[in-house]
Ligand binder design. Sequence first.
Ligand SMILES: Nc1ncnc2c1ncn2[C@@H]1O[C@H](COP(=O)(O)OP(=O)(O)OP(=O)(O)O)[C@@H](O)[C@H]1O
Ligand SMILES: [Mg+2]
Length: 276
Amino acid sequence: MSTTVMAATAADGSQQYSPTTRGRVISVLSPKGGVGKTTVATNLAVGLAKEEPGSTVLVDLDVQFGDVASALNLTPQHSLADTVQGSAGTDTMVLKTFLTQHETGLHVICGVDSPAAADGVTAEDVSRLLATLATEFRYVVVDTAPGLLEHTLAALDETTDPLFVTTMDVPGVRGLRKELQTLDDLGMFIGSRYIALNLTGQRSGMSIADVEATIGTGVDLQLPRSKATPTSVNLGVPLLQSGVRDPMTKKLHTLVDHYTGRRDRRLRGRHIGARR
Ligand SMILES: Nc1ncnc2c1ncn2[C@@H]1O[C@H](COP(=O)(O)OP(=O)(O)OP(=O)(O)O)[C@@H](O)[C@H]1O
Ligand SMILES: [Mg+2]
């Protein structure tokens, strides 16, 4: 469980947590590919890093075909494989030298160069890495590969806040229902999950009510199809970095506010003001 205890800021800008304090591990998940996980993960991470400098690390856990580096226009010197091998796997100070810095202040662990290079990364490596990062950062955002393969399951063991993304199509929505059911059967994450419906606004023959009825729970956020999104991905500049005015940008801010609690604070402030 995360805590809101303030942490000291280290020389490299990251925030040092005491061993008893853990940051939130927000894993972006979906049963299907191409639904917007990397788009959501990179924007959320950039938004959190801009909101609270030094607070956030983004981990590309799409172990074979991760594209976080491309989505952030980074040319990393080190990859996920480097962060779990040798002394980086056991020494937090060494691990921190393997993080790639993004211009927004976000720290990033980029994916490996080729699927073969992912062979050395085990599920235990993933659990240990995320557990360590959660002692160093307030927010650990994890981008995942589609489905519930071993690296994602290992990440789920450390996850405090699962963020599910789906599009409005029958295979995607049915896949999400099965994924949620599987996690429910395992007794995982009841109450703390968040569901984002991406690419809304296009005619798909499904309504939001249809989606909610199928998955058996409410949708927390609707992300509209937007022209600016593919452009931002191709340029490697997330919408929350460029700040381009777009309906998707607005909704991504809402997502960031959900995790920082900023929206709730604003609403409380308005409420108190109204009573005066
Ligand atoms: N709201 C949106 N509007 C328009 N295009 C979008 C939106 N969200 C995502 N896309 C586009 O959809 C494509 C897939 O997005 P993304 O790479 O984030 O999906 P993914 O779930 O990470 O895929 P994979 O499972 O292959 O990793 C990208 O080209 C992205 O620009
Ligand atoms: Mg992806």
